[in-house]
Design a protein around this ligand. Structure first.
Ligand code: UD1
Ligand code: CA
Length: 455
C-alpha cells in the first residue's frame, strides 16, 4: 500500500507504555494490585518482561499519586515514570506519558500492568502488524464478552472499538473483544490522542477512541487475534487465582509435552522460570518456587517444596524434602524425607537420607550424612560454613558446629558434637563416655513403688 499516511519498516525501534495508575480497590489490599505475586513474579514484572523480550528499548510506567509503591517498584525495575493525576481514563493515561516519550519515533505498545499473561510472541505479532497497519489492537474471542470493549470489524480491518457501556445491542452481540493492548507509531498515536474527548457515559478519555480517529484520518487499523487465556485481567484475588490456574495449566502441559513425567499434574505448581528437563519425574504435591532447575532423569518425590535450587541429573529428592535457595545437588545425589537444604552444594552420589539440616555447607562426592545431622551454621549474628570432603561418613545425629571441616574419608561417631576440624580418614568421637550403673534401674523402681504405696 502506498496511499497510507505512514510507511512502516519492521526494524523501527519499539517502546512500551505500561498503564498502572488505576486504583485497585477490589483487591482489598494495602499493596497496589500490580505488585501482587503471580507464580513468583509480580504482575508488573510479567508485563515488563514481556515488553523487554519483545525488544522494547524504552519502558514507561504510568502511575498515580496514590501508587507510591508502584512507582518505587517501577523505578527499581529501571522503568521510566510518568504520573497521571487525576485518573481520567486510559487515553488520558497514555497522553500523560507523552513528555516522557519525547522525540522517540518508533512504535509504541500500550500494555496494562494488570494483564500479566500476554506472551512475548503475541506482543511481537502486534508490533509486526504495524508493517501493514497504522494501529494494531490485540483482540480475542471472549467466552463471556461482558464489560470488554467490542472490536467492530469491516472488510478485514478494524473500524472502531466500542466500550460495552456505549455499545448498541447489535454491537454488544459481538464476541471479538479488546484486550487493551494497542500499538501504533509514536507520533501518530499522540496526534490521535489530541482528538479524544471525554464525551461518553463514564466521562473518561478512552484510548480506544484513537481507532476511529485514525481511520477518519485515512489510517488503517487491524486486529491481531490472541487467546483469551492470555488476556485475563487481574482485578481481584479471585482473578489472581484464576490467572495462576491458567498459568499452571499451561506449564503442566508444556512439561508433559517436553518429556517430563508428572504423576498427578494438577498438584504440581510451577514458577514463572521453572526449568525441568526431559525424563525427570515429578511426584504428587510438589511446589516449585522461583529459580529451580531439575536436570534430566532426576526424581522429585511427593510433597517437596523447592526454590532457588538445581537438582542434578539422576538425583532423587524427597518425599517431604525442602530445598531452599542456593542448593546445588550433584548428579545421582540423594536427599530423603524431612531433609532441609539451604545454600549447600552436595557432590555426586552423596546422600542425606533422613531428618537433616544442611545449611551453608559444601559436601564432596560419595559422602553419607547420617539421620538427624545438623549443620549448626548460625551463632545468632553470623552464618558459618561447613566443609565436608569426599567419601565422608557423618554418623547419625552429628552436630557440625560451623565453621568446621571434615577431611576426605573422615568419620564422625554417632551423636558427635563436632567443634574442631576432623583430619582426613580420622574418626571424631565427641560425646560423653557411656557409664553403665549395674542394678540401678531395679533399685530405682523398688524405691519408687514403696514411696507410692505410702502416699
Ligand atoms: C479497558 C478498555 C476495554 C478493554 C478492557 C480490557 C478502554 C477505554 N477500555 O477497559 O476496551 O476491553 O480494558 O481489560 O481502554 N488506567 C490508568 N489510568 C486511568 C484508567 C486506567 O492507568 O485513568 C489503567 C488501569 O490501571 C489498568 C488499565 O489502565 O491497568 C485498564 O483500565 P480499566 O479501567 O480497567 O479499563 P477497562 O474499563 O477495563
Ligand atoms: Ca479492567
Amino acid at each position: 500500500m502506498t496511499d497510507r499516511p505512514f510507511s512502516h519498516k519492521s526494524s523501527r525501534p519499539r517502546a512500551a507504555i505500561i498503564l498502572a495508575a488505576g486504583k485497585s480497590t477490589r483487591m482489598k489490599s494495602s499493596k497496589s494490585k500490580v505488585l501482587h505475586d503471580l507464580a513468583g513474579l509480580r504482575l508488573i514484572e510479567w508485563v515488563r518482561t514481556c515488553a523487554l523480550e519483545a525488544g522494547c528499548e524504552r519502558i514507561i510506567c504510568v502511575v498515580g499519586d496514590a501508587n507510591q509503591d508502584v512507582r518505587d517498584a517501577a523505578e527499581a525495575l529501571s522503568m521510566e515514570i510518568a504520573v497521571q493525576e487525576p485518573q481520567q481514563g486510559t487515553g488520558h493515561a497514555v497522553d500523560c506519558a507523552k513528555d516522557a516519550v519525547g522525540d522517540f519515533e518508533g512504535d509504541i505498545a500500550v500494555l496494562f500492568a494488570d494483564t500479566p499473561l500476554i506472551t512475548t510472541q503475541t506482543l511481537n505479532s502486534v508490533f509486526e502488524a504495524l508493517t501493514e497497519a497504522d494501529v494494531a489492537v490485540l483482540g480475542f474471542e471472549a467466552n463471556v464478552p461482558g464489560a470488554y470493549g467490542r472490536l467492530i470489524e469491516r472488510d478485514g480491518t478494524l473500524e472502531k472499538i466500542v466500550e460495552a457501556k456505549e455499545a448498541s445491542a447489535e454491537e454488544l452481540a459481538v464476541t471479538l473483544c479488546n484486550s487493551g493492548v494497542l500499538a501504533s507509531q509514536s507520533g501518530r498515536l499522540f496526534k490521535a490522542l489530541e482528538q479524544v474527548t471525554n464525551e461518553n457515559s463514564k466521562g473518561e478519555y478512552y484510548l480506544t477512541d484513537v481507532i476511529e480517529i485514525m481511520r477518519k484520518d485515512g489510517g488503517c487499523a487491524r486486529v491481531v487475534r490472541g487467546h483469551e487465556d492470555e488476556m485475563l485481567g487481574v482485578n481481584s484475588r479471585a482473578d489472581l487465582a484464576a490467572a495462576n490456574a491458567s498459568f499452571q495449566t499451561n506449564m503442566r502441559n508444556m512439561a508433559l509435552e517436553d518429556g517430563v513425567t508428572l504423576r498427578h499434574p494438577e498438584t504440581v505448581y510451577f514458577s514463572y522460570d521453572t526449568v525441568i528437563e526431559r525424563d525427570a519425574v515429578i511426584g504428587e504435591n510438589v511446589v516449585f518456587g522461583p529459580g529451580v532447575i531439575v536436570k534430566s532423569g532426576a526424581t522429585i518425590h511427593a510433597f517437596c517444596h523447592i526454590e532457588g535450587a538445581t537438582v542434578g541429573e539422576g538425583a532423587s529428592v524427597g518425599p517431604f524434602a525442602r530445598l531452599r535457595p542456593g542448593t546445588d545437588l550433584g548428579p545421582d545425589s540423594f536427599i530423603g524425607n524431612f531433609v532441609e537444604v539451604k545454600n549447600t552444594k552436595v557432590g555426586r552420589g552423596s546422600k542425606a537420607s533422613h531428618l537433616t539440616y544442611l545449611g551453608d555447607a559444601v559436601i564432596g562426592a560419595g559422602s553419607n550424612i547420617g539421620a538427624g545431622t545438623v549443620t549448626c551454621n548460625y551463632d545468632g549474628f553470623f552464618k558459618h560454613k561447613t566443609t565436608i570432603g569426599d567419601g565422608v561418613f557423618i554418623g547419625t545425629h552429628t552436630s557440625l558446629v560451623a565453621p568446621v571441616t571434615i577431611g576426605d574419608g573422615g568419620f564422625t561417631a554417632t551423636g558427635a558434637v563436632v567443634t574442631k576440624n576432623v583430619p582426613a580418614d580420622a574418626l571424631a568421637i565427641a560425646r560423653v563416655d557411656q557409664v553403665n550403673k549395674l542394678g540401678w534401674a531395679a533399685r530405682f523402681r523398688e524405691a519408687m513403688s514403696k514411696r507410692k504405696a505410702k502416699s
